[in-house]
Design a protein around this ligand. Structure first.
Ligand code: DAT
Ligand code: MG
Length: 156
């Protein structure tokens, strides 16, 4: 069965400051996922608390909230077959030192406190996180990407 999903991806403030936005987007595009929304923004305290609500009370929570507000992020919605797990795979483990070589976090990050990219971990988190950062009217899901256009032409 086709498992078409949406996921929320963000280039975190350290990724933006280090000019890794294009590199990170490139990896998801090359895989074949479809970019359906994107914007740069400063995360507000309310957004930060909603985003990381599951971590409230943990020792690293205050620094996590401070870090995600330490500069603009690039927020995105991606769509595709198994996109949630697929993006997590391309991102690599939370701890860059445990991430597989070739993943974003292994290639570009040293420590989990600054791991350059966020990606939703389940369908429920994806929909919850998308709603924090985007209104449904901002999502451009109507266009066909080249893979779909080529498929249609070849079927003619
Ligand atoms: P992920 O971002 O891989 O989904 P997570 O949801 O468990 O990981 O945690 C969110 C972020 O919080 C993570 O990207 C980095 C930070 N973090 C997690 N565990 C941490 C810890 N033990 N010490 C410091 N920062 C941590
Ligand atoms: Mg997480």
């Amino acid at each position: 069965m086709q498992k078409e999903q949406r996921t929320f991806i963000a280039v975190k403030p350290d990724g933006v400051k280090r000019a890794l936005v294009g590199e990170i987007i490139k990896r998801f595009e090359q895989k074949g996922y479809k970019l359906i929304a994107m914007k740069m923004l400063d995360v507000t305290p309310e957004m930060a608390q909603k985003h990381y609500g599951e971590h409230i009370g943990k020792p690293f929570y205050p620094r996590l909230i401070e870090y995600i507000q330490s500069g603009p992020i690039v927020a995105m919605v991606w769509k595709g077959y198994n996109v949630i797990a697929g993006c997590r795979q391309l991102m690599g483990s939370t701890r860059p030192e445990e991430a597989q070589v070739g993943t974003i976090r292994a290639d570009y990050a040293l420590v989990q406190e600054y791991n350059v990219v966020h990606g939703s971990d389940s369908e429920a988190s994806a929909e919850r996180e998308i709603a924090i950062y985007f209104d449904e009217s901002e999502i451009c899901d109507e266009y066909q990407n080249m893979a779909e256009i080529v498929d249609v032409r070849l079927d003619d």
